[in-house]
Design a binder for this molecule. Structure first.
Ligand code: JET
Length: 244
């Protein structure tokens, strides 16, 4: 997969070179680049923002540097498949694990990190002719710019790409896979500050352990995220689930 991040603060994306993603890049599984729209601002002051039409506080990002930045990273893309342009925004669709799986299937993702009051809407409209544009929200709060959101989304997406993380099995039992939160986990010592681990986990009975874990998932989800219980597909629940 190719990922391009467009940001006027490219150094903000440096952590992506580290750890898992760094390894995936060296392994050739992932090709990640950061492009600064300011490089395409041609005036003497390399202006990327200006005052909003209609008045109001703050500044709006000019469309032209963003359009040229997007063109520069999509010029080589095969014309038969539009890249996906993800724009972190408080006004976007909610980024979920399902969305992460959708994006992990794409050949090229471009992330546009808006700042200030946002990017001139005409860039979004123009970009929609050249890419699939998805304004994306991490949650109902406001950040100063899209970079922090992109760090989270790139990690959530790239860890789903085969070959990026060591043990793909660990993807199957994590939170939100199968619509439930994950069960509590324990490791040595068996007793820590007078707190023992649940006896079931020492039984060696894998069937019972699996049942115990599933019960923990259901209880935890009902307690912390009742909204997710509503979303459950009844077909995903077995008789033992319904008995708890
Ligand atoms: C067309 O879209 C834009 O111009 C986006 O512009 C902005 C402006 C300010 C901040 C951000 C960053 O995203 C969030 O704050 C955000 C994402 N998730 N939850 C909060 C983006």
């Amino acid at each position: 997969m190719r990922i391009d991040v467009l940001s006027i603060f490219p150094e903000y994306l440096a952590p992506l070179e580290l750890s898992l993603i760094g390894k995936a890049m060296t392994d050739g599984v992932l090709d990640l680049s950061v492009t600064d729209p300011r490089s395409f601002a041609t005036d003497r002051h390399r202006t990327v923002d200006d005052t909003p039409y209609g008045g109001g506080a703050g500044m709006v990002m000019k469309p032209e540097p963003w359009a040229q930045a997007l063109e520069s990273v999509t010029a080589a893309s095969p014309s038969d498949r539009k890249p996906v342009l993800v724009v972190p925004s408080p006004a976007g669709e909610v980024f979920t694990q399902d969305v992460a799986y959708q994006l992990a299937d794409e050949e090229q993702l471009v992330f546009a990190c808006g700042r200030y009051e946002g990017i001139d809407e005409r860039f979004i409209e123009w970009a929609s002719e050249h890419a699939v544009v998805r304004p994306m929200s991490l949650g109902d709060y406001v950040l100063n710019g899209g970079e922090v959101a992109v760090l989270a989304m790139v990690e959530a997406v790239t860890r789903l790409i085969p070959g990026v993380i060591g043990n793909p099995d660990s993807l199957t039992e994590e939170s939100h896979t199968g619509g439930l939160l994950e069960y509590p986990v324990y490791t040595k010592p068996a007793v820590w500050r007078e707190r023992a681990i649940p006896d079931m986990l020492l039984s060696g009975h894998h069937g019972n352990i699996a049942r115990w874990r599933r019960d923990q998932q259901l209880h935890r989800t009902a307690q912390r995220r009742p909204d997710m219980i509503e979303q459950l597909n009844p077909a995903d629940l077995n008789k033992a689930d319904l008995a708890i």
